[in-house]
Design a protein around this ligand. Sequence first.
Ligand SMILES: *[C@@H]1O[C@H](CO)[C@@H](O)[C@H](O)[C@H]1NC(C)=O
Ligand SMILES: *[C@@H]1O[C@H](CO)[C@@H](O)[C@H](O)[C@H]1NC(C)=O
Length: 307
Amino acid sequence: MKASVISTAILATAASAAPALVKRQSSDIDGVILNYALTLEHLEATFYRQALEKFSAADFAAAGFNSTNFYKNLQEIGRDEQTHVDFLTTALKGAGVTPVAECTYDFGNLTPDTFLATASIIEGIGVSAYLGAAALITNKAYVTAAGSILTVEARHNAFFRGIEGQSPFPQPFDIPLDFNQVYSLASPFITACPSTNPALPVKAFPAFSVSKSVTGPIKQGDTIEFDLASGCEVPSGPLYVAFPLADGPMFSSAVVKDNKIYARIPVGHTGPSGEVYAILGTNATTISDDYTVAGPAVVEVQSGYLA
Ligand SMILES: *[C@@H]1O[C@H](CO)[C@@H](O)[C@H](O)[C@H]1NC(C)=O
Ligand SMILES: *[C@@H]1O[C@H](CO)[C@@H](O)[C@H](O)[C@H]1NC(C)=O
């Protein structure tokens, strides 16, 4: 099976695997998927553990986040992610598969503000990862288990979006991502992994991101500047920025200038809203790993009622 196909499944399974079930029914692919899920859960668990070691409740209050139970909620989210890690690790061991261990990570020099903004994005990626994986899981019982993790990641994401002053539920559908897309978003945080970790059939595409020069809310119809990884080879033919959406992708023509990409956020009732993804590619009608040049970029598009 191609890595790109397996990839979708990655996080999906994470939740699911009760150890006994795994032992009875798991296929090789499900084991790979569980390890992908565990890769993301390790990242999340470490992210919260490090931030909560660094920042106290008083630090958040001083930054303006002093509502009742605010810090306790952050601690609870951190515990959820560590519980997901423990669950997947146990499930994989029960299935006779070596679980991936924690890597080292670089989340940048976070402040309470940037921690909360990053948490919101990471939880959104988690939702997209589990959603994308769901269809690839071979064991039906795992689908339910993955779903039980997905809904919790979605609640975490809504919590952080509310804190950020964004709609907690900006669209009627969430967006699935495939494994290479998810890994492309996660890998910039990953510094190094133990050499004993099982190798996963995933790759990261070149980095693609909304340019720092873009300030203020992004709305449908805006033309946005994107940064492209330096050294990223741009094919000479037409380029498109693709926006995967639950009911079908939307595309904008991309203009390249000085290693910057310019593209319009598509407009439509079911168009981009909230945390969406922009992928630079060579195909005007299809998103696939084969046509991907760079990305995804995470783009926060102001939802209709806030616009
Ligand atoms: C939070 O901070 C605001 C502004 O400083 C203050 O008015 C409010 O009383 C504080 N709330 C709590 C629960 O400490
Ligand atoms: C775009 O993707 C479709 C579907 O895979 C394919 O038929 C078509 O040839 C592709 N076009 C280009 C320019 O790659």
